[in-house]
Design a protein around this ligand. Structure first.
Ligand SMILES: [Zn+2]
Length: 215
């Protein structure tokens, strides 16, 4: 599970103290976000002691997600077909588009069960330090979607941190000539945080009290 962009020994979870395959498993687990060397070791030994049927289900889930999940050609969300189920759903309001950074943010907004519009997933946020500029995000695709005039309100629900704010401001300026209603979820979300960690009530209130973004 070495991330393709971060190859090399730097991804190892710690000194090699176990034999072959066990150490390989610990190394792979150690590359996952939020799993340190100790966590990797704990998960590895949990798996070794677990019911083989449970481990098989995990393996199957991993294989299937690799084989079957793609990204929606319209919004960029994860999907099992060319379009995700939200884009295919005719009951969703095509006039309101919620722009988020990642597919996990779609899941976070869906949890509040109040938003009935559609989404656009940027694939990240503008971050010069990480070499991510507007061209690395799905902004061209967003502009194409806005071109036919169906969308009348754009909710910029990027994360309430530095990169998210910068991205929202950039988009608001870019979109201004189109004359859309451009809003941003109200403050109350933890500043510096990420959308996915906001609880449903807070996120629901932030959406309800969204303010016009004037740039
Ligand atoms: Zn979609």
């Amino acid at each position: 599970m070495t991330r393709r962009s971060v190859p090399g020994p730097g991804t190892r979870a710690g000194p090699e103290v176990y034999e072959g395959v066990v150490q390989d498993l610990i190394d792979e687990l150690g590359t996952l976000p939020g799993v340190g060397p100790k966590g990797a070791q704990r998960i590895a030994f949990y798996l070794l002691a677990a019911d083989p049927a449970d481990v098989s289900r995990l393996v199957t889930a991993l294989t299937e997600v690799m084989e079957r999940v793609k990204f929606c050609r319209t919004c960029g969300n994860v999907a099992e077909a060319d379009e995700c189920r939200i884009c295919r759903d005719p009951r969703r309001d095509p006039a309101v588009l919620c722009v988020v950074e990642e597919p996990k943010d779609v899941a976070a907004v869906e949890k509040i069960r109040e938003f009935r519009g559609r989404y656009h997933v940027l694939g990240g946020a503008i971050s010069p330090i990480d070499g991510i500029g507007p061209d690395e995000l799905r902004i061209k695709e967003l502009m194409t979607r806005l071109a036919d005039g169906t969308v009348t309100e754009l909710i910029l629900a990027t994360d309430p941190n530095l990169e998210g704010e910068a991205t929202a401001t950039y988009l608001a300026r870019l979109i201004k000539p189109l004359g859309l209603r451009v809003t941003r979820p109200a403050s109350g979300l933890q500043v510096g945080g990420e959308l996915e960690y906001a609880d449903e009530v807070t996120l629901g209130r932030a959406f309800e009290g969204r303010r016009l973004l004037d740039v």
